[in-house]
Write a protein that binds this ligand. Sequence first.
Ligand SMILES: Nc1ncnc2c1ncn2[C@@H]1O[C@H](COP(=O)(O)OP(=O)(O)OP(=O)(O)O)[C@@H](O)[C@H]1O
Ligand SMILES: [Mg+2]
Length: 358
Amino acid sequence: MKKLNEEAVIQALSRVIEPDLKKDLITLKMVRDVKITSATGVYFEICLTTPACPLKEEMKASCEKELLTDFPELTNIDIHFSAEVITRKSDPLIPGVRNIIAVSSGKGGVGKSTVAANLALALASKGAKTGLLDADIYGPSVPILMGVQGQKPEMVDIEGKNKILPLQKYGLSIMSIGLLIDERQAIVWRGPMVSSALRQFFSDVNWGELDYLVVDLPPGTGDIHLTFAQLVPIAATIVVTTPQKVATADARKGAAMFQIPQINVPLTGVVENMAWFTPKEHPDEKYFLFGQGGGADLAKQLNIDLLSQIPLDQSFSEGGASGLVVIDHPESNTAMAFQDLAAEIARRLAVQSHLTQR
Ligand SMILES: Nc1ncnc2c1ncn2[C@@H]1O[C@H](COP(=O)(O)OP(=O)(O)OP(=O)(O)O)[C@@H](O)[C@H]1O
Ligand SMILES: [Mg+2]
């Protein structure tokens, strides 16, 4: 029988492989603070690459298995999980923001803002420091969606510079042009003004430390997209579409811009929104109200994955519903789909950051 000490515990844990990164926990420096707590007890911390890690339970089970193989006498294996989100590239314009996730779509009305807001809420609910930026300068909808319209952000003095503080709600840092100026003003703006407004979202807003900043882009392509892609490093882009086949042509046009070499923004995957409808009374049934296959089709054409199919949510059409299913109806299929999407994106970003850091 092996003698229980810290070194031997580390040795046992070096046989546990992180399923995504395909290396052991010790090589990845994910195990910290190993302590022998009693003759039959051990404590340690596993520092995950994202708090939204869907593999926690799997890793916990593998750790227990390897420890019990070497130390069958253990009765108390106490594993504490923490997380440090790593960044692919940090940018001087937004030094504390680790990963920007852009939400785009070829055409309007497909649920981009809904997806952006719920994705941000899902990431925050998993413990990630998350922000939501409404970059839809001509048609900002985040203030209404988040119920903060009319609120004015505060200014603070940071090292002699005046900075705008994002609003805080539901655990998110929120910023939108709709919070700064009268919405009717922006409609007449032309390219250069839009570009400078967008730049200010990064240079003049005090985002602080954020693991993820989810950005709601306007539909299609234009100055905003181009400026945004050139201004800050985008870690992931998702393309939202609806299930009907006709929508894919527009979505493809929008996404194609990101794939131009000079812009070169990583297209992470497609999200098919309003994929089907399941009535509350018949939880096993799916009604494909808007057709079928649009998401899969687009993903194939863009050569990226279909990350998620988000069902229609009945509550959206009921009076007074805000559209924030993740907090309003966390048990619903739609909210669960957003949670899974958040975990999947966080996981992909962790793998991507790990690979580029080597
Ligand atoms: N999964 C869903 N279930 C039910 N209703 C939804 C769903 N997703 C979006 N909607 C509804 O569809 C409408 C359009 O959504 P949203 O405003 O998010 O789209 P958008 O793509 O951001 O639009 P725009 O192009 O105007 O910015 C809203 O009324 C929203 O509540
Ligand atoms: Mg919108």
